[in-house]
Design a binder for this molecule. Structure first.
Ligand code: SAH
Ligand code: SF4
Length: 345
């Protein structure tokens, strides 16, 4: 079945054969500029609305939605047409809103501490399924402007490269969200980083590092065995040389695992020469991993150690923990497709 935002202008024109030519632009604007379903397009004849509603089914059905106690974070659980489920999270800040979207149902990368990794891989999302999450969030954010899109929901975006890239192009061209306000977060899929370095649009790149020596990273992030730190860092240099965009390292601080002075020193050694900005976030506990987040004093201490070595680090707020919407907590607990499969390490 087609999903609305997987339909390009030519296909839309084919669907509208027999209608006046201007209908194509009219419907296109309704879908993209106003984010409307065909059934809500009051500028179309009623019969056409019904016909389009059937021909262009939505990719996402809202199964559940939760809003945090402070109302600044909303999480959706969506069901896709085949029953697979994904989540996205909308966060409001003073000036703008940011949506954190999924690029895959589940994830095959198997990072120990991540709830999505714990559920395994279900399937790739299409570009239209990715885009529709942004369309929904933009509508919900009103009257605030949805300014930023981050690929930090479920899945590894660079393991679904072509569809993620197609989505980025559409978001910029049709929704007017500049690539500079989009961030792709990767656990370290090196061929994908290299491809991204040579794309024409300047998206931001975040590397989920979490450990700066191979022996530890091999355990936390199984993909490190395939692309060890030296390989990953050369890809980062390539990205910087080609793009000159700020690179960031994500670091989930796990109590007594990766928050020691040795870790700070090793992290600084990788971050400094790249000029990378470090985002620290205390680990959000998940059911499948025994580690705990570093307590606040330890987080401040780790940040101070980085600062003393000349590395800029920001402590990221733990948004949405009360609705299980925080980083790494996205996992679909039940659904017709059941659990995914984890690729054996
Ligand atoms: N697969 C991509 C993007 C999705 S994960 C990636 O790994 O980068 C988004 C971010 O959440 C990543 O930085 C990831 O490492 C982090 N994360 C995963 N589990 C977490 C947890 N339990 N607590 C805090 N951050 C977590
Ligand atoms: Fe996948 Fe990212 Fe979770 Fe690792 S941290 S399992 S790559 S979603």
């Amino acid at each position: 079945m087609l999903a609305t935002y997987d339909v390009d202008r030519d296909r839309l024109a084919a669907l509208l054969a027999g209608e006046p030519r201007y209908r194509v632009e009219q419907v296109w604007k309704g879908l993209w500029e106003r984010g409307e379903r065909p059934s809500a397009m009051t500028d179309l004849p009623k019969a056409l609305r019904a016909q389009l509603e059937e021909a262009l089914p939505p990719a996402l059905q809202e199964v559940a939605r939760s809003t945090s106690a402070d109302r600044r974070t909303t999480k959706w659980l969506w069901q896709l047409q085949d029953g697979a489920r994904v989540e996205s999270v909308l966060m409001h800040y003073r000036e703008r809103s940011t949506v954190c979207i999924s690029s895959q149902a589940g994830c095959a990368m198997g990072c120990r501490f991540c709830a999505t990794g714990q559920m395994g891989f279900v399937r790739q999302l299409s570009a239209g399924e990715i885009v529709e999450q942004v369309v929904a969030a933009r509508r919900e954010a009103l009257p605030r402007r949805l300014g930023n899109v981050v690929f930090m929901g479920m899945g590894e975006p660079l393991a679904n490269y072509d569809r993620v890239w197609a989505a980025i192009v559409l978001l910029q061209r049709e929704l007017g969200i500049s690539a500079r306000h989009m961030t792709v977060s990767t656990v370290g899929v090196v061929p994908g980083i290299r491809r991204l370095a040579h794309e024409p649009l300047p998206v931001n790149l975040a590397i989920s590092l979490h450990a700066a020596r191979d022996s530890l990273r091999d355990r936390l992030v199984p993909l490190n065995r395939r692309y060890p730190l030296s390989t990953l860092m050369s890809a980062c240099y390539e990205y910087l040389a080609a793009k000159n965009r700020r690179l960031s390292f994500e670091w989930a601080l796990i109590d007594q695992v990766n928050d020691t002075p040795r870790d700070a020193a090793e992290l600084a050694e990788l971050a400094l020469p790249l000029g990378a900005h470090v985002n620290l976030i205390p680990l959000n506990p998940t059911p499948g991993y025994p580690g705990q987040g570093t307590p606040p004093a330890g987080v401040a201490d780790f940040q101070a150690q980085l600062a003393a070595r000349g590395v800029n680090a920001t402590v990221r707020a733990n948004r949405g923990t009360d609705i299980n919407a925080a980083c790494g907590q996205l996992a679909v607990r039940s659904g017709p497709t059941g659990q995914g499969t984890r690729v054996p390490n």
